[in-house]
Design a protein around this ligand. Structure first.
Ligand SMILES: [Zn+2]
Length: 408
């Protein structure tokens, strides 16, 4: 009976949102070993406000000596003094013998703590050996992963298109992030744009938990097609690539505000987005965003200014290299200081309305060789290509995704 379905990571395939999926399309790239334990009865014990571990175990009817043994066994890998309200402990129990076989606690969306009593401890007799034989480890949560596809036409915004088509918002945010170096979802989307994508849907015990990795996606923007595919070159190198096998990652993100904060898209933009316009002298892009919205560095660099600067109010300047720098103005607050090294996507400050500003927005500038340029028009070199030895595998994989997404 070892390896009951609930504890296995399964390859299951189904369709949603009108697409067809062939059952052999998906290869698990991070297979999780099957669980060894025999499953008796799984009980869920939620962490309540003010709980400590011992209280929960007492409520669950676990003997104090057993609770202590579990706590001690977990100590080298996880401190059970740090538990969070809203999470749960799962106990596997044998109601016939009264044994507690193991305890499981999900640390986050990816990993779980498992404390098991080793098989050798099931000997008879009431000595303390069973208390000493608990072993703890942290392992990936063995989700069942199903492939899900979705597609939609954009009428007002990608966010709205997701809502209208019952597409999980978390999946749409992940998709927008995958296109983050190519598309500015505050400014680029147009009515009539279409998109399609495939992603992992994570289940436990047959219950949908959350979307996982985006696997492939296409966005047709005003007649131009963008594609991204998730690909694993090797243990160190995995990420999104375009259809030609170039890393989707570029020197700069398209937008200094993450999609999840500008999710109402261009309908909101009509209210308060000022474009780059040389004739009016507005050599910047203004993003409508609510007060306090996190602002991110579009690329790696060094903070050369984080201070009040006249009509710009609170302003940050980042020097990326000898050619480019970017400026972020009217901020309500700073998350970095002068001299800090920042990474692409790192939060550097918060949207405000300081200086000469009529309402909360981000004034974003890109400077190239001392001249303010339109960041949306700047053509950056393509990302790194995949290694030659991976090319065939890449082509085979993306062909399957293209087929699945009905791309010719
Ligand atoms: Zn402006």
């Amino acid at each position: 009976m070892a390896g009951v379905g609930y504890w296995q990571r399964e390859r299951i395939f189904f369709t949603q949102h009108k697409s067809q999926i062939s059952p052999d399309i998906y290869v698990q790239d991070n297979a999780v070993p099957e669980r060894q334990e025999e499953i008796k009865n799984i009980e869920e014990w939620p962490v309540m406000s003010g709980d400590v571990f011992g209280q929960i175990m007492a409520r669950a009817g676990v003997a104090t000596s057993t609770a202590n043994a579990i706590y001690t066994a977990a100590q080298p890998v996880y401190d059970l003094a740090k538990i969070n309200v809203g999470r749960s402990f799962f106990l596997n129990r044998d109601y016939e013998t009264g044994d507690d076989y193991f305890l499981l606690y999900r640390l986050d969306t990816e990993d779980e703590l498992v404390v098991c009593r080793s098989a050798s401890s099931t000997s008879e007799g009431m000595d303390n050996s069973q208390e000493r034989n608990w072993q703890a480890r942290i392992r990936p949560i063995p989700y069942e992963v199903k492939i899900q596809t979705a597609h939609a036409t954009v009428e007002s915004s990608m966010y709205q298109a997701a809502l209208d088509n019952d597409i999980d918002i978390r999946a749409i945010i992940a998709l927008a992030d995958a296109f983050g170096w190519e598309i500015d979802f505050a400014l680029d989307p147009r009515a009539g744009d279409t998109f399609a994508f495939a992603y992992e849907a994570r289940y436990l015990e047959g219950k949908f938990i959350m979307p996982g990795q985006v696997l492939g996606g296409v966005y047709n923007n005003a007649g131009e097609r963008f594609e991204v595919y998730y690909f694993t070159e090797d243990e160190q190198n995995r990420g999104f690539y375009d259809e030609n096998g170039h890393s989707a990652q570029r020197m700069f993100l398209k937008a200094p505000v993450a999609f999840k904060y500008i999710s109402s898209g261009f309908t909101a933009g009509l209210r308060y987005i000022q474009a780059f316009n040389i004739s009016t002298g507005h050599r910047a892009i203004d993003y409508a965003a609510t007060l306090g919205t996190p602002v991110r560095a579009v690329g790696d660099g060094t903070v050369v200014l984080a201070a009040w600067e006249g009509s710009y109010g609170r302003k940050i300047s980042i020097r990326h290299n000898g050619t480019y720098s970017t400026n972020y103005a009217h901020l309500s607050g700073f998350a970095v200081k002068r001299g800090d090294k920042v990474k692409q996507g790192q939060v550097i400050g918060y949207v405000g309305s300081t200086g000469l500003s009529t309402g909360p927005h981000l004034h974003y500038e890109m400077v190239k060789n001392g001249v303010k340029i339109n960041p949306l028009k700047e053509v950056l070199p393509p990302g790194e290509p995949i290694k030659a030895e991976n090319k065939d595998r890449f082509v085979a994989e993306i062909n399957r995704w293209q087929e699945l997404l009905n791309l010719e």
